[in-house]
Ligand binder design. Structure first.
Ligand SMILES: [Zn+2]
Length: 93
């Protein structure tokens, strides 16, 4: 029974993963992590009403700078600030 369920779920999980990657490539925030910020530079991520991930400067919320936090190559799950290159913090309110 359990094996049968796993067999049914596996292709769906793979499809979901593919969809998530495609959405990310399009710039859509999939909600798989918290939003990032760099306190040093005053940059923070935001999500538009259309679901797109943007990066704003703190005094000007909602305006996309066109900058994006990048995934740290050597440390999975960490992101780097596009301006100062320091590790970004999770948990923007
Ligand atoms: Zn920074």
């Amino acid at each position: 029974m359990k094996d049968e369920l796993l067999k049914q779920i596996k292709p769906l999980a793979e499809q979901l993963q593919t969809l998530q990657e495609q959405a990310e490539r399009l710039g859509i925030f999939t909600g798989d992590r918290e939003l990032l910020e760099c306190a040093e530079c005053g940059l923070e991520e935001d999500v538009t009403a259309d679901g797109f991930l943007i990066v704003c400067r703190k005094p000007v919320p909602g305006t996309d700078t066109g900058l994006r936090f990048t995934k740290a190559v050597e440390n999975k799950g960490k992101y780097l600030c596009p301006v100062c290159g320091k590790p970004a913090q999770f948990g923007v309110s």
